[in-house]
Design a protein around this ligand. Structure first.
Ligand SMILES: [Zn+2]
Length: 192
């Protein structure tokens, strides 16, 4: 499983697929009116420099789709959910999920090897684990979303215990998990 995940992280095609998903979400989001004043939304995408991507992806992968109400005096921003960006995290959502899973049960030596391979230091990995264990589990999203799963998901083993609940190939399971957590990836209020 670990080598599958390492392969996915390095697979440009997989990252292009996630971009297509984000483009679809953005197209739908733009059709909706401003939630505050019903004004029209304009594109207000902004540049991110997400870490964890394979080399060779175009600059179109740097943009976070976002919108802004066109009406003067409102200008409310709306950032739709994403398969690529998890709130303000500097690493790709895929990384935050997969590295935390690979960390589960990994020996110190194995983890050091992974960290070196993917350019993530141990402190970052531990911070992600803490995010899953503390921030994610305390979120209103998870308080409701966890009821979807029976028997209950083991919260101490997140996100490994969550991805196991989705079916299909490793890539399909990962996409299903990213889709599941998409509601907490947008805006500025969540997933710091
Ligand atoms: Zn507005």
């Amino acid at each position: 499983m670990h080598s599958l995940y390492s392969t996915l992280l390095a697979d440009a095609t997989f990252h292009k697929l996630l971009l297509v998903f984000d483009q679809d979400i953005a197209i739908s989001a733009r059709r909706e009116p401003c939630l505050l004043c019903s004004g029209v939304l304009h594109s207000a995408r902004y540049r991110r420099k997400p870490r964890g991507r394979p080399a060779g992806l175009g600059e179109e992968h740097d943009w976070r789709f976002s919108f802004c109400c066109a009406r003067d005096g409102c200008r409310t921003r709306r950032t739709p959910p994403s398969f690529r960006f998890l709130g303000r995290k500097v690493y790709l959502a895929t990384m935050v999920v997969l590295i935390a899973i690979m960390r589960e049960g990994a020996t110190a030596a194995r983890m050091q090897q992974l960290s070196g391979l993917l350019g993530v230091n141990r402190r970052t990995v531990e911070r992600w684990r803490a995010w899953w264990r503390d921030t994610f589990t305390a979120s209103p999203f998870w308080q409701i979303g966890r009821a979807t799963f029976m028997p209950p998901v083991d919260q101490d083993r997140l996100p490994a215990s969550l991805i196991e609940r989705f079916t299909g190939s490793g890539a399909e399971q990962l996409i299903a998990l990213l889709r599941f957590i998409a509601p907490i990836t947008g805006g500025n209020r969540h997933a710091r």
